[in-house]
Design a protein around this ligand. Structure first.
Ligand code: HEM
Length: 433
């Protein structure tokens, strides 16, 4: 008999699995979640198993409430094998250095435009403002046209899909509604592209998805194409979470701010990686056992749900020295490990389900550091900055308010700014290509 752990997991979604594994001195344990027998596992060796496609399948792995909000139905997340490779290649094909550079520049332009307004106001909620900045930038980049006055509504929809998906009650319903509206919005654009053109001049990411063909040479249905375009837009807006965490870290770790300010060689990269490692964003991921196998003297039965603890793996004391301390230097000369550092999934970007947006995430976080350290000064008024560990994502309770915002007197010219930012943003983004 195994007790049901659903409540314990909801109470502490980021730390429940690693705590329990540590208590039992094990990499995994069996429990029940929503009454279903489930294995929970943590650590780099567990991640290596989890990303082995011989052992696990993603088909049917995501629970319906997550499909109806965060992922969308029929998207790349639920595919396996050749169908997955075909769809994944579509995403990888838009992640060229030039495209990432372009998105970084657009983000800097949108941030500059918002900064113009911020200097005239008393205070702003950084998390909310970033959602609009990133929505504006990624829609322009993707070729998704926003009509006048539409930005704020679309930013709210894209945000609801990741910010309210895990809520119980009205928040979750709002996330479902947001997805339905967004899929209609993008689905109509896909149909317009197909009806008014041909695929000989495919340029924007929206067009790449609209004209993508599956293994049978068929176009995706407009709704599934919309799901995949939203798989570019929504997570880019979600980088607002990591940027708020970066601002949180800058506010506490003054020595790190000084090193960034001194432009210590490559320190921005170390800082970004440490924010992605330490701060709680994506807690875990679920797959189903494809074929029965044995690991760590445990028999994984075909069809059984298995959960990998992403957050606990990034903070595993067997891998990381003093894992709860913010120490960007730990990434200096650290060998890349596709399974030990998995804030956005593990394995190979092309072959496995690892996030194809990792390079964009790193690039846009560097743009954010450039602004937060060099292009603006601000005060952080008294507020509740504690991390809400029960919430997904666990952003600070106040959503990070800043005030007294100014542009520094000795600011580089606009041209110089864009050049410096993009050079730094895409110069050395980590991860394997
Ligand atoms: C905000 C920061 C981000 C976080 C925390 C994040 C996290 C993740 C995680 C945990 C996965 C699942 C890995 C797995 O299935 O094992 C994933 C997959 C994915 N991410 Fe991200 N991501 C982020 C940004 C992005 C961006 C910017 C994009 C695109 C522009 C993106 C697009 C995707 C797609 C399409 C998948 C599915 C890949 C597949 O199933 O093969 N993500 N992400």
């Amino acid at each position: 008999m195994f007790t049901d752990s659903t409540f314990s997991l909801l109470l502490d979604p980021y730390r429940f699995i690693s705590r329990k594994c540590r208590d039992q001195d094990a990499d995994l344990f069996q429990t029940r979640l929503l009454l279903k027998k489930t294995v929970c596992m943590t650590g780099r060796d567990a991640a290596e198993q989890f990303y082995d496609p011989r052992h696990f399948t993603r088909t049917g792995a995501a629970p319906e409430p997550i499909l109806a909000t965060l992922f969308g139905k029929g998207g790349v997340q639920g595919l396996d094998g050749k169908a997955h490779r075909n769809r994944k290649q579509m995403f990888i094909s838009v992640m060229t250095p030039e495209n990432i550079d372009q998105l970084a520049k657009l983000t800097a332009n949108w941030w500059n435009a918002y900064l113009e307004r911020w200097v005239l106001t008393e205070s702003v909620v950084l998390y909310d403002e970033l959602q609009e900045i990133l929505t504006g930038a990624v829609c322009t980049w993707a070729g998704v046209r926003l009509k006048g006055g539409e930005l704020s509504r679309r930013a709210k929809e894209l945000t609801a899909m990741f910010d309210s998906a895990a809520e119980i009650g009205p928040g979750h319903l709002q996330a479902r509604l947001a997805r339905r509206r967004a899929e209609n919005w993008i689905g109509n654009m896909v149909e317009t592209i197909r009806s008014s053109g041909d695929d000989s001049e495919v340029k924007s990411p929206l067009e790449v998805v609209a004209w993508h063909r599956d293994l049978n040479g068929e176009l995706l249905s407009p709704r599934i194409a919309a799901v995949e375009v939203l798989n570019l837009l929504r997570p880019t807006v979600a980088i607002s979470v990591f940027i708020v965490f970066a601002a949180h870290a800058l506010n506490i770790h003054h020595e790190s701010r000084e090193k960034l300010y001194a432009r210590e060689n490559g320190y921005d990269e170390l800082f970004v990686q440490e924010v992605r490692r330490l701060y709680p964003f994506f807690p875990l991921f679920r797959a189903l056992v494809r074929e029965g196998f044995e690991w760590e003297e445990y028999r994984f039965a075909k069809g059984m749900p298995v959960i990998l603890d992403l957050y606990g793996t990034n903070n595993d004391p067997r891998e990381w020295d003093s894992p709860n301390e913010f120490r960007p230097e730990r990434f200096h000369n650290r060998d890349e490990d596709a399974f030990g550092f998995i804030p956005q999934g593990g394995g190979n970007h092309h072959v496995h389900h690892r996030c194809p947006g990792e390079w964009i995430t790193i690039a846009l976080m560097k743009v954010a550091l450039e602004f937060l350290v060099f292009r603006m000064s601000y005060d952080v008024p008294k507020q509740d900055l504690s991390i809400n560990w029960r919430q997904l994502p666990a952003i600070p309770k106040s959503r990070f308010v800043i005030c007294n915002i100014k542009r520094p007197v000795l600011e580089p010219s606009a041209g110089e700014t864009a050049a410096v930012i993009t050079k730094r943003a895409v110069g050395s983004s980590g991860g394997s290509r």
